[in-house]
Design a protein. Sequence first.
Length: 317
Amino acid sequence: MLRHDPMQINSTAYWQFYERSRSRPGMLWHYTDIEGLRGILGSATLRASSAAHMNDLKEMRIGPAEISRIVIGKGHRGIEEYWNRFTSEQMVANTCIACLSGEFDDLSQWRGYAAGRQGFALGFNYADLEALAERHQFCLVRCIYERGELVARLERMAEEMTEYERVLEMPDGDPNRPLGWPPAPQTARGYAYANWDWWKQLRSIAPQFKHHAFHNEHEYRLVVPYDALDGMTVKTRLKNGEECRYIEFPLEVVRSHGGGDPPLPAPLIAVLMGPVPRGVSEKDTFNEIDALVRQSKIGSGVFVTSSDIPFDYEPER
């Protein structure tokens, strides 16, 4: 039985503490090709594209399937009301994702994103990117590579829900107590607050799962949850001959407005040039990329550097 303790009951607080206590990178890298680099620097945005256009849709379906198995159908009516508003396919199609990696100068990433050409990686300060994501109603999440970790996390949340609902039914609560945490027992407002708190966790967990074969990539994702698109500008582009929906994540400085939220710096710190193909001048490429950076609205203070990996490098087997 869980103790009646805010850290135990408030799953959002617990998992925020859990994520921050884990070893995490100081920087995150977004690997792309020259067209992608030009687009990001020119628009000062990252594209978060519909998960329906990811390479392996099976990964995106695992999270919702485990949530349905472990949490849904267990009597948590408030959560189930949120969950049942969307089908599994709607959840996938309306979730938008931008992928990043905790790995610097990673050979597998160069090969995956550059497609035999020279690739590039944009380096972001983790803390600044996280703060910017929160301001723009995105979630910055670490990918989960082991199903056991995903299941354990969901089982803990289900246990917390059960315990909280038990506390709400206790007859000695004071309904006139000011709302704090945990909310006053037997109050609809408190119950709704708790359900929304857990719901925010569930909708960010769903797109976190990735096949364990890719664990060396240490992937993180900027996510727009599927029920958060209202009020955001959804754009479309062609990808592999199909229409793909996406949201632009602003990378510019966020300035303070009249003593409200504090200003936030632009998170971009560096641009890393990938392995240089034969016949390509590294100096000319550097000059071109440096000029793109200096012309960009997010290029102030950003440095350009190059990979140490040879273009035709083959790791020892």
